[in-house]
Design a protein around this ligand. Sequence first.
Ligand code: GLY
Ligand code: MN
Ligand code: MN
Length: 485
Amino acid sequence: MGSHWAPADSSAVEQAAVAPYAARRRRALSDQFQGERLVIPAGPLKVRSNDTDYRFRPHSGFAHLTGLGLDHEPDAVLVMEPTEAGAGDDGGHHRATLYFRPMSGRDSAEFYANARYGEFWIGPRPTLEELNRRLGLPTADLGELEVAITKDAGVVHVGGMRIRLLREVDLNVDALVDTSRINTGVDLEESDQLDGTLAEALSELRLLKDEWEVEEMKKAVAATVSGFHEVVKMLPRALTHERGERVVEGAFFARAREEGNDLGYDTIAASGNNATILHWIRNNGQVKAGDLLLLDAGVEADSLYTADVTRTLPVNGTFTDIQRKVYQAVLDAADAGFAAAQPGVKFRDIHTAAVTVLAERLEEWGLLPVPLEEALAPEGQHHRRWMPHGTSHHLGLDVHDCAQAKRDLYLDGVLTPGMVFTIEPGLYFKNEDLAVPAEYRGIGVRIEDDILMTADGPVSLSAALPRKPEDVESWMAGIYGTSGE
Ligand code: GLY
Ligand code: MN
Ligand code: MN
């Protein structure tokens, strides 16, 4: 079985467009950790059950520094080896090498006998030469990783090399580094902190997107917009199905797989009262005429950048008066957040602007149990009963991107051109909420857009999807007539 197979040919592989951008990101990281060995794993395949794995997705920090996207590369590890100052890659202080399990030759047993890695079973995987060409990075076999990580490692003040590891991505690599640390007398608690600083730095490195990343975000949003159109087309069918929310989820997922790699997160397809459940991903409810359908969904591009968009749609094409009133309040809050989002302003001020509008509206409707000022004071926050989440988060490779960044660069950070984030206020009145009149109950509304900060102010990447109630209605009417019934 192992003979008479033509050898793999990677001679036509060209350098990927992302390669120079990934090199710049590594260069920026290098400046922060001179003289230290940096170890950044992609992570292993994850078992779904028994002998079935999930589709592979690398850790976002690894994807960012290598430019590798879908499928690449289980068990791989990027090692940035320190050099003399300035003698490393691109004038930096490290030389990077990608260690991975290259595809074995077609004359190997792996080729036809290994269901997890063999080409006969799962299709071609890259060779060392192929990824070297694609990424412009030296590559080496995973078999060389142990020595690469552990050689000369030890206590710094006695001449050992300090290792910093992106932990809890690959337990085998954690064990390798921990064993080396124990064997060489390195303090484990202190190492934990040093590792934490690397995770923080990798998150912070992603706070500003480069132009290649912005283009990928636009692709993810465009595919997401297409998914929302598909859902509206499928609403008449959703209305006839006992699990109409699944019809909605499936329609979006089809677009995600056809136009991108996957979903960036589980779709929230929430109709009626389910729209008031913030993380409703069970999606097994009915979609009924007269309901509002809250759809929070995002396509992840092949590069692994994801969109994160929410629209709340009147299922039969027209908002009722009370639905429109709540919807308009959320829209006004989103617009206030957008207006507040200017370069130089603090990230947290977007939230303040949006919830101020919501609190004002709740007061106007007689729902706030205290005067507006008291609700808006830090110790008040009575409006949070109906809007308990943040208005904005960074967006990129992760739906909640840059989550390990320090507070003073994130929530207390200053909006800067190149940042991509959401604006997503909502109001959620549950069926069982006795603090509001009955007419509000069962109404959940969120409007979420993906925003790119530029020197001239915020730009909505998801503006192609209608937001104003009358625009939502005419969009839906244009797709399936004036009524979904
Ligand atoms: N879809 C998750 C979020 O909006 O943050
Ligand atoms: Mn979001
Ligand atoms: Mn969302």
